[in-house]
Design a protein around this ligand. Structure first.
Ligand SMILES: Cc1cc2nc3c(=O)[nH]c(=O)nc-3n(C[C@H](O)[C@H](O)[C@H](O)COP(=O)(O)O)c2cc1C
Length: 190
C-alpha cells in the first residue's frame, strides 16, 4: 500500500483520556481532562502529563506539586468532555459534572469517586517543552474500585471500560476485544 509523508505533528491514535484532579492552596478543587499523558518509568512508578501554561490547572498543579489521575469509564464520557471544555477559573467542575470529590490518601487534592481507577502523584520535575509543560509525577498511591480488581491489585480493562481519545478525528472510543496477551508468541515468527 502506498504511503504519504506529512510534516511533524502528534499522531497518537488513540491517546488516553484522563481526568486530572488538583487542589489549590485556597482549597478549591479542579479537574482537567488530559490526553497528552503516559507511563515514564516502572520503578519508581513515574508518569507524565503535559499541560498548557494557560490552563487554570497548570498554576494549581505547579503550586501544589501534586495531582491525581482519575481514569474514567465509558459511562463518564460527558464528564470527560465537559472537564476538557470549561475552565475551573469560571466554574466548579465537580458540581458541574456531577462528580464526587473524596479524600486521597497521600495528597491534598481529592480523587473522583465515580472513576474506577485513581492514581495519586507528587510532581518530581516540570519541563517546559513548548506549547505544553511536562509534569513528571511519581505515583505515591493508587485506588481501584473493588469490582474491577483482578490478580490482587490490577485493574480489569473489561470492567474498568477505559476511554480512548483519537485526536486526529476528535473521537472518544471504547476498547475492543482481547487479541493476544504479553509474550503469547513466545518469540516465534509467523
Ligand atoms: C479529550 C481532551 C483532551 C485534552 N488534553 C489536554 C492535554 O493533554 N493538555 C492540556 O493542557 N489540555 C488538554 N485538553 C484541554 C483542557 O482539558 C481544557 O482546556 C480545560 O478546559 C482546561 O481546564 P482548566 O482551565 O480548568 O485547567 C484536553 C481536552 C479534551 C476534551
Amino acid at each position: 500500500m502506498a504511503k504519504k509523508v506529512f510534516p511533524p505533528a502528534i499522531v497518537f491514535n488513540p491517546a488516553p483520556a484522563i481526568m486530572v484532579s488538583s487542589q489549590g492552596k485556597d482549597g478549591r478543587a479542579n479537574i482537567i481532562t488530559v490526553s497528552w499523558a503516559g507511563v515514564l518509568c516502572s520503578d519508581p512508578p513515574m508518569i507524565g502529563i503535559s499541560i498548557r501554561p494557560n490552563r487554570y490547572s497548570h498554576g494549581i498543579v505547579k503550586e501544589a506539586m501534586e495531582f491525581a489521575l482519575n481514569f474514567p469509564s465509558a459511562s463518564l464520557i460527558e464528564a470527560v468532555d465537559y472537564c476538557g471544555s470549561v475552565s475551573g477559573k469560571d466554574v466548579d467542575k465537580f458540581a458541574g459534572a456531577g462528580l464526587t470529590p473524596v479524600p486521597a490518601s497521600k495528597i491534598k487534592a481529592p480523587i473522583i469517586k465515580e472513576c474506577p481507577i485513581n492514581v495519586e502523584c507528587r510532581v518530581k520535575q516540570i519541563i517546559s517543552l513548548g506549547s505544553h509543560d511536562l509534569f513528571i509525577g511519581e505515583v505515591v498511591a493508587y485506588h481501584l474500585d473493588e469490582e474491577i480488581i483482578v490478580k490482587t491489585n490490577k485493574a480489569d480493562a473489561e470492567k474498568a471500560e477505559p476511554v480512548a481519545y483519537c485526536p486526529g478525528t476528535l473521537e472518544y472510543r471504547k476498547l475492543g476485544s482481547v487479541i493476544g496477551t504479553y509474550g503469547f508468541t513466545k518469540g516465534k515468527a509467523k
